[in-house]
Design a binder for this molecule. Structure first.
Ligand SMILES: NC(=O)c1ccc[n+]([C@@H]2O[C@H](COP(=O)([O-])OP(=O)(O)OC[C@H]3O[C@@H](n4cnc5c(N)ncnc54)[C@H](O)[C@@H]3O)[C@@H](O)[C@H]2O)c1
Length: 399
């Protein structure tokens, strides 16, 4: 987003202007447009200009050892994420970063360095520097390699949390490149079928550029919900729209507070997200020869992460008009004018497909049962019942 756009939006939401480093002692309550800060029982609602917020972040970062340029770049990451509404990796995350700086777990003085280089692929060492600056530098280099070879990859080891992974997808797309990047994390999710947290919710980002800046970007943790989103739902007093993890009795739940108690989140797509998480971690560990999710779990805090930045220059095959046309055609087709109503969407989550072939009588019995099940499910905790039914009557799994 450029400065003019920022000025137009002008008011960012947020922050404890007195002392951001004390912000961890406050609890942030998100509303649609503002964040309320509760402190010692006093409720305040603040709307802070983007520029003021940026300066405050910058001041705190300089006080923790950042030089002026790095402080501005780092502060921009937090302020921009907050302005874009990604509080989980903006203002809400800032106190933890300050805490890590104070503990010496993030080194504000260092920059990532290239350790090995083979044509289009390079291995870099992050020296436990500030994650977003290391990640930006790594993606800059991947883009440079892509412009030369058509594809570029930087495997960045021993870095730190990069905040909003989408930033690097946008960075690649802004340079006219397809971006593919991911990071591993601390173990924060059980593998499918397991109980203990063994795998990471390793965020994965994919982006395709458009010459007018309307890039197509997907940026997601491979858990159904990131911890930031779960925290955000709890602070808003909301339930999750679909189950996001397990409660203390081992049941799937939409209650964010119950999930925060167990720290057992659900992989996106159940077993599929679990497999994707494992492979993303394996690939990043092999390519960096640095820390796996398992190793990160031994550090106590989420530090020393392995990240992969890949940029591909479609301009080596297509002119920009061709890429734009392909993207436009595909997006226009997907944006069908007919949309599912909320109710239909909820029901579709619990719809079963019919097998083929199947005796007509059984077919009718099951259809009738399914009808009543659905009516019942509309009234009760759908997810619990859904799992009970499918565990008890495996036959229904064919439907
Ligand atoms: N350790 C880490 O580095 C780490 C870990 C987890 C998440 N994160 C970051 O946290 C941020 C949030 O992650 P998340 O998994 O909660 O993202 P999310 O669930 O909000 O969004 C994931 C993707 O789905 C899309 N999306 C969301 N809701 C949608 C809807 N209703 N319809 C259609 N598309 C929808 C979004 O545009 C996005 O591309 C990301 O920036 C991610 O990189 C970082």
């Amino acid at each position: 987003m450029n400065c003019d756009k920022i000025k137009k939006q002008s008011i960012a939401k947020i922050v404890d202007t007195e002392n951001v480093s004390k912000a961890s002692k406050c609890s942030y309550i998100l509303t649609a447009n503002v964040i309320k800060i509760e402190k010692k029982g006093i409720k305040t609602m603040l709307r802070i200009k983007y520029e003021e917020l940026l300066k405050e972040f910058e001041r705190v970062l300089i006080s923790r050892g950042f030089n002026e340029k790095n402080a501005l770049d780092a502060a921009t990451v937090f302020a921009q994420n907050s302005l874009d509404g990604i509080y989980s990796h903006g203002i809400n995350r800032f106190p933890r970063v300050v805490e890590y700086l104070d503990k010496g777990e993030i080194n504000p003085d260092v920059v990532a360095t290239c350790e090995m280089s083979m044509g289009a692929i390079e291995r870099w060492e992050g020296h436990r520097g500030f994650g977003p600056l290391n990640a930006k530098q790594a993606m800059d280099r991947a883009i440079e390699l892509a412009k030369q070879y058509g594809i570029g990859m930087v495997a960045l080891g021993n870095s730190n949390h990069w905040m909003r992974g989408g930033s690097y997808g946008w960075q690649a797309a802004d340079a006219g490149c397809i971006g593919i990047c991911w990071s591993n994390t601390m173990p924060n999710m059980p593998a499918w079928g397991g109980k203990d947290r063994k795998i990471g919710n390793n965020p994965l980002i994919l982006s395709v550029p458009k010459s007018n800046g309307d890039h197509v970007v997907v940026d997601c943790a491979v858990s159904q919900f990131s911890y930031g989103k779960i925290e955000e739902a709890r602070l808003k007093g909301q339930k999750l729209p679909v189950p996001g993890g397990y409660d203390e009795d081992g049941n799937l739940t939409t209650d964010p507070a119950a999930i925060e108690k167990t720290w057992r989140v659900l992989p996106m797509g159940y077993w599929k997200g679990s497999g994707i998480s494992i492979l993303l971690d394996l690939i990043s560990t092999v390519l960096t020869n640095a820390n796996s999710v398992q190793k990160i779990g031994t550090f106590g805090d989420e530090i020393g992460l392995s990240q992969i930045m890949i940029a591909i220059d479609p301009g080596k095959f297509n002119d920009a008009e061709t890429t734009d046309r392909i993207v436009d055609e595909l997006v226009a087709d997907i944006r069908s004018p007919e949309r599912l109503s909320k109710k239909a969407w909820a029901t579709s989550v619990f719809s079963f497909k019919l097998p083929n072939p199947f005796p007509a009588f059984c077919h009718k019995v099951i259809l009738t049962g399914r009808f009543f099940c659905r009516r019942f499910l509309r009234r009760v905790d759908r997810v619990k019942i859904y799992f009970i039914i499918h565990k008890t009557f495996p036959l229904l799994n064919f439907y």
